[in-house]
Design a protein around this ligand. Structure first.
Ligand SMILES: [Zn+2]
Ligand SMILES: [Zn+2]
Length: 212
């Protein structure tokens, strides 16, 4: 497995290109902005893009979907509880005054307990609401893509429409129950591990509380 990271757009959102080196198949997780750059990265990887997996439907995570889908008509996977945010992504963008390319509707519904595969790699889906109602974590092979639930040293916002602090607290318990060595790839900023966050993240070591 190879993971390439691209911090894209005004929010420097992390888009991940996950490559199965055996089959040379790949997926994009959270294609958030700069579709031309992501398309060039897929082409440079000499892999076949198989799907787009979306952790949640905030604009910074979905803004390149339309452009990528025009290049390769691969299925878009999203949890149905984020469909309302997804459909109104252009309204979210207007709030920030950002140009926005409306994504086509998802092709596949993600659900807690689903398995996703790319080539020979298998991942599990966990529903981790709180930052967004249909937020998912995609984990396996020693890594977890946690979107905006958790960052190195911080946690996701819960003051947005559809956010819920109590739900995020429960979701963080799900994430931190993973093997301590699991490498966490967040929606923004550098990767970290479950062990490091349990020790030093103020929201997980008892120093700070999430406001519901
Ligand atoms: Zn978000
Ligand atoms: Zn984000």
């Amino acid at each position: 497995m190879k993971i390439e990271t691209f911090a894209v757009g005004a929010f420097q959102e992390n888009t991940y290109l996950v490559i199965d080196e055996q089959s040379r198949e790949s997926v994009l997780i959270d294609p958030g902005a700069e579709p031309e750059r992501l398309i060039a990265a897929v082409e440079k990887s000499r892999t076949t893009l198989k799907a787009m997996w979306v952790t949640h439907a905030h604009i910074d995570h979905v803004g390149a979907i339309a452009g990528v889908k025009r290049r390769w008509p691969v299925p878009i996977h999203l949890h149905p509880l984020d469909l309302t945010l997804y459909r109104h992504a252009n309204t979210q963008a207007a709030v920030y005054g950002l140009p926005f390319d409306d994504p086509p509707l998802p092709d596949e519904e993600l659900a807690d307990g689903d398995q996703l595969t790319v080539g020979t790699l298998r991942f599990d889906v966990a529903h981790v609401p709180g930052h967004a109602p249909g937020h998912v974590m995609i984990h396996g092979n020693g890594v977890a893509f946690v979107g905006d639930c958790l960052f190195a040293g911080s946690v996701g916002r819960t003051d947005l429409p559809g956010s819920n602090g109590a739900h995020l607290s429960r979701s963080l318990e799900v994430i931190t129950a993973l093997d301590p060595a699991t490498v966490l790839y967040p929606g923004h900023g550098p990767p970290t591990t479950v062990r490091d966050e349990l020790q030093s993240n103020p929201f997980l070591n008892g120093t700070a509380r999430i406001l519901a």
